[in-house]
Design a protein around this ligand. Structure first.
Ligand SMILES: NC(=O)c1ccc[n+]([C@@H]2O[C@H](COP(=O)([O-])OP(=O)(O)OC[C@H]3O[C@@H](n4cnc5c(N)ncnc54)[C@H](O)[C@@H]3O)[C@@H](O)[C@H]2O)c1
Ligand SMILES: CC(C)=CCC/C(C)=C/C=C/C(C)=C/C=C/C(C)=C/C=C/C=C(C)/C=C/C=C(C)/C=C/C=C(\C)CCC=C(C)C
Length: 623
């Protein structure tokens, strides 16, 4: 297998996806679904997600060489959203020359359909807004998308799903789906992650908190008290978070309302907002190896060590994994975005694929529309960018001076490296019985934790959902940090050879540590590099997300959703609270609330707005 030519994700996507998703090949497509009740989401309860994607039931059809949306029939009547009809009418009105497609205004245009963008869009749609999502790629989801090869269904990004339980206030993925009437079947993961660390330290993070603490204290009995105190402090924060109704922290009526109803909890959160997990761990723990373990715990959350990881974010994930637990959606992570996109359309809003936004149109200092690579223009009261802040302000806002809030963001945060990913199908026999689904491997040297190719993340979602692979096979999704500079300025042959070399080394490491015989069990493999991720996720340098330039003041410096440009909002992992699917879902909820207030769908107080936004802006300069 290793001698077979490695094919990069871009090549694979273009060769395989396009025929499979043959219906997605026009420049602009419109999903014109009626708003009847959730056909796809309800199917998910009993079927594999991807059964919902067969070509026959594609939402598109060819019509005189043009792609058109299939119309879903209710009884004998064709029902289509008013919005879709408006759009199509404006396209018909095009008379050559510049295609001013839309004098019609949307309430919001969302650039990008990552989980952040989709949550913002769906939350706005259920509040009654007319939303248009413009996605560059052929399916929704961005880093939380999927692709299929040779009978395997691969998650593009992480398979570790927080916020997907049925309890509390922090199950934001469940809530986002429910808002549009969707519910997905999930499979509880008994172990969040199995750490394989230097000095043969092996720690399994069990779903049951007591079992995890018991395992960790058995490795560090002299630190039992410190362990309990550190994780208990995380619980204090988690419980405060979990008691709040989560909406926009940039909206004063809500924020002051929460302070009034839950003063202790809000003050607790305000107290921890500027703090990092590493400092708090050091209050209780002295053993350097245990502190390094806490670094590894945080690295998974933030791609940086504990001293650089905001305590609120660390607490969120270190507790949710025991509270709601990690739950994997049947059919794969891609089903979340697919369901949200369908829910959005069912609410009468729109999503267009292969719609590459190349510019945000600003008039008299206000963002009023967007321009696509094919020259089309769309207009809205508000523009929400789910592209990273670097892409939004560096590429989409040409000719605009960088607002000072963005300068501040770029001073405090840098682009985290990208990653190298290996998607692999293997013979099932190579995995020992009772293998856990997620592993983190750093064999011998703690100092390599944050180095490129130092730590290995491994997810095997077929341990939980065997429908993702052909019978007798498992999926291995392996990823490790890697920078784009490593992959630039080399010939195609060198690029291919380098992919093979790097993959080879990682396979050897996994063979030594976990799965003897792995190499000979490989049935399918492809390697994605930072260039792949830059191209297919439309993220500058393929970055994993923002990471602090030095020691941050917790979350204090992380911008929320409003920007220095009137009418322009950002959503996604370069907004508060940062990287992670549940984190960007929260960013989507916050963004939708702030936008809804600004377009009159929620209460607002302009005077309090000005005061709070000014205050938050000032706080950020302290970071
Ligand atoms: N391997 C991984 O696990 C991995 C990798 C990267 C990011 N992540 C995580 O994924 C999440 C990111 O979610 P997110 O919501 O911020 O965004 P995202 O990056 O997942 O999605 C953004 C979407 O916007 C689209 N887009 C970008 N620019 C566009 C343009 N100009 N025109 C049209 N569409 C455009 C992209 O195609 C993509 O679909 C975070 O949790 C992050 O930490 C995970
Ligand atoms: C506003 C002011 C000044 C004061 C107000 C005080 C107040 C009320 C504050 C409120 C704050 C709130 C509500 C904060 C909310 C924070 C939240 C919801 C944070 C959520 C963070 C979630 C994170 C960081 C999730 C990260 C998950 C990640 C990165 C998962 C991915 C995992 C991998 C990629 C690893 C895969 C692992 C293996 C081993 C394969």
């Amino acid at each position: 297998m290793l001698n077979s030519p490695f094919i990069s994700v871009p090549e694979i996507l273009s060769h395989h996806d396009m025929p499979k998703f043959g219906a997605f090949t026009s420049t602009i497509q419109t999903q014109n679904f009626s708003s009847h009740k959730l056909p796809f989401c309800s199917k998910l309860k009993t079927q594999s997600l991807f059964a919902a994607y067969p070509l026959k039931s594609s939402p598109f059809r060819r019509d005189n060489g043009e792609l058109r949306a299939n119309r879903r029939k209710e009884g004998s009547t064709t029902v289509r959203s008013q919005l879709a009809q408006d759009l199509e009418r404006t396209v018909e009105m095009d008379g050559g020359g510049r295609r001013m497609d839309s004098k019609k205004e949307f309430d919001a245009i969302v650039i990008g359909s990552g989980i952040g963008g989709l949550v913002a869009a769906t939350q706005l749609a259920v509040k009654g807004a007319r939303v248009l999502v413009l996605e560059k790629y052929v399916i929704p989801g961005g880093s939380s998308g999927f692709y299929q090869r040779d009978g395997y269904t691969f998650d593009v990004g992480s398979s570790v799903m927080f916020g997907f339980s049925d309890k509390g206030n922090l199950n934001l993925i469940t809530q986002a789906l429910e808002a549009v009437g969707c519910r997905m079947q999930v499979i509880p993961d008994p172990t969040t992650v199995h750490f394989h660390l230097p000095n043969n330290l092996s720690v399994r993070v069990h779903r049951e908190y007591d079992k995890f603490i018991e395992e960790l204290t058995s490795k560090f009995p002299h630190e039992k008290e410190g362990i309990i105190k550190f994780y208990s402090e995380c619980w204090k924060i988690f419980n405060s978070l979990n008691s709040l109704e989560l909406k926009s922290l940039e909206e004063p009526l809500y924020l002051f309302g929460q302070f009034f109803q839950k003063p202790l909890e809000c003050l607790t959160l305000a107290y921890y907002l500027p703090q990092n997990a590493g400092d708090i761990a050091r209050k209780y723990i002295k053993d350097p190896q245990l502190l390094s373990f806490i670094d590894a715990e945080c690295f998974i959350v933030s791609t940086v060590n504990a001293l650089q990881t905001p305590m609120i974010n660390a607490s969120m994930v270190l507790c949710d994994r025991h509270y709601g637990g990690i739950n994997y959606p049947v059919g794969g992570v891609g089903g979340i975005a697919k369901s949200l996109a369908e829910g959005l359309v069912n609410q009468g809003s729109e999503i267009l694929y292969k719609a590459n936004v190349t510019g945000i149109i600003v008039e008299q200092g206000k963002a009023i529309g967007v321009r696509l690579s094919n020259g089309k223009e769309f207009f809205a009261k508000t523009i929400i960018s789910n592209a990273t802040r670097w892409d939004t302000f560096g590429k989409l806002l040409k000719g605009e001076a960088l607002p000072k809030e963005e300068q501040n963001f770029q001073n405090v945060y840098v682009k985290a490296p990208s990653f190298l990913s290996i998607h692999m199908g293997v013979k099932a026999e190579v995995l020992p019985p009772d293998t856990d689904c997620h592993h983190f491997v750093l064999e011998s040297d703690w100092t390599r934790l944050e180095e490129p190719y130092g730590s290995i993340f491994l997810s095997m979602p077929t341990i939980l959902d065997s429908s993702l692979a052909p019978e007798g096979r498992h999926i291995l999704h392996i990823f490790t940090t890697s920078s784009i500079e490593d992959w630039e300025g080399i010939s195609t042959e060198e690029y291919e050879a380098k992919k093979q070399l790097v993959a080879d080394k990682i396979i050897s490491r996994l063979e030594n540590k976990l799965f003897p015989g792995l190499r000979s069990s490989i049935d399918f493999m492809e390697v994605g590099t930072p260039k792949t991720h830059r191209r297919y996720l439309a993220r500058v340098e393929g970055t994993y997300g923002p990471m602090p330039r030095s020691i941050p003041k917790g979350l204090l410096g992380m911008p929320f959703n409003t920007t220095g440009i009137d009418g322009l909002y950002c959503v996604g992992d370069s907004c508060f609270p940062g990287q992670g699917v549940i984190a960007v879902a929260f960013s989507g909820v916050m963004c939708a609330h702030r936008v809804a207030a600004d377009i009159g769908l929620e209460k607002k107080s302009p005077i309090l707005d000005a005061m709070l936004l000014g205050l938050l802006g000032w706080f950020r300069t302290l970071a």
